[in-house]
Design a protein around this ligand. Structure first.
Ligand SMILES: C[S@@+](CC[C@H](N)C(=O)[O-])C[C@H]1O[C@@H](n2cnc3c(N)ncnc32)[C@H](O)[C@@H]1O
Length: 234
C-alpha cells in the first residue's frame, strides 16, 4: 500500500506514549555525541514534525530552524515552543525545496523523514546546498529489507493504527510507511557522494522491547531495519 502523510497533520506529537517521542533520547544522544559542542551552532531540523528534536537542540543554545511539509505540525511546534519559552524559527516547506539560502547551516538533522520524501535525490541536493562546507548532515532512516517489511510495514503500521485510532483520518493514512520508499544505505551513500558528502559513520537502530504500549530502541550494529549516521560536506 502507498504511504499517505495525512496522519502527520493530526498526530499528537507531544503525547509521552507516542513512539516518536520515545525515540527522541536515542536520536538526540547519538547526534549530539557526533556533533560535540552545540552552543552557537545553526541547525536545520528537516521534517521536524511537532518539534520534538528541535526543542532539545534549542534548549542547548543552538539556533534552530525547523521545516516540515505538514502545516498543522508546524502550528503545533510553534505553540509548544512558545509555551516553553523557546525561540525556534519554524517554517512550513518541503525538503525538496528547502526555504533557506545556500551555505546557511552548520548541521542539518533529518530524522525519520528521508523515507517519506517524494524525490530523495532532490532532497540530498538541497541539503548539500543549504549546509556549510565541512558542515554535518545527521540522518536516520529505514532500510529496504525483508526485516523492515515485516517489522515496520506490518507490525509498526499496526501499532500506529492502534495508537491513533481516535483520529479522524482515512484508513489508508495508517500506511504511513511505504516499503518501496525505504532506502538501502548504499543508495544513500551514492547520493551523498554525488552531492559532496562523505559518510563518516552508520549504526543500527535496534528494537529494545515494548514499554507503555510503545516500542523502545537502542543504537547497535544491526542496520537491517533502521539506521542512523552522519556525513560531512567536503
Ligand atoms: C516520522 S515524522 C518525523 C518527525 C521528526 N523528525 C521527529 O523525529 O519527531 C516524519 C515527518 O516528515 C515530514 N515530511 C514528510 N515528507 C516531507 C517533505 N517532503 N518535506 C518536509 N517534510 C516532510 C512529515 O510531515 C512528518 O512530520
Amino acid at each position: 500500500m502507498k504511504q499517505n502523510l495525512e496522519i502527520y497533520n493530526q498526530v499528537d506529537w507531544w503525547n509521552p506514549k507516542h513512539s516518536l517521542k520515545q525515540m527522541v533520547p536515542v536520536r538526540f544522544d547519538y547526534f549530539t555525541k557526533q556533533i560535540g559542542n552545540l552552543k552557537g551552532l545553526k541547525i536545520l531540523d528537516l521534517g521536524c514534525g511537532g518539534g520534538l528534536l528541535s526543542e532539545e537542540f534549542a534548549k542547548r543554545g543552538t539556533e534552530v530552524i525547523g521545516v516540515d511539509i505538514s502545516e498543522n505540525s508546524i502550528a503545533i511546534a510553534k505553540t509548544h515552543a512558545l509555551e516553553n519559552n523557546l525561540t525556534i524559527d519554524y517554517k512550513s516547506g518541503t525538503a525538496e525545496n528547502i526555504p533557506a539560502n545556500d551555505n546557511t547551516f552548520d548541521v542539518v538533522i533529518c530524522a525519520d523523514c528521508l523515507e517519506h520524501v517524494d524525490n530523495l535525490e532532490k532532497v540530498i541536493g538541497e541539503i548539500s546546498r543549504v549546509i556549510k562546507n565541512d558542515g554535518m548532515f545527521c540522518y536516520d532512516t529505514i532500510n529496504r529489507t525483508l526485516s523492515s517489511k515485516i517489522t515496520v510495514c506490518w507490525i509498526a503500521n499496526r501499532i500506529l493504527r492502534w495508537q491513533n485510532k481516535h483520529l479522524d483520518v482515512s484508513e489508508k493514512s495508517y500506511a504511513v510507511h511505504d516499503w518501496n520508499k525505504f532506502i538501502k544505505p548504499v543508495e544513500l551513500y551514492q547520493l551523498m557522494n554525488k552531492y559532496d558528502f562523505k559518510n563518516i559513520e552508520v549504526k543500527g537502530i535496534q528494537f529494545a522491547g515494548i514499554k507503555n504500549g510503545s516500542f523502545k530502541a537502542r543504537i547497535g550494529e544491526n542496520i537491517k531495519i533502521a539506521y542512523i549516521g552522519y556525513a560531512r560536506k567536503k
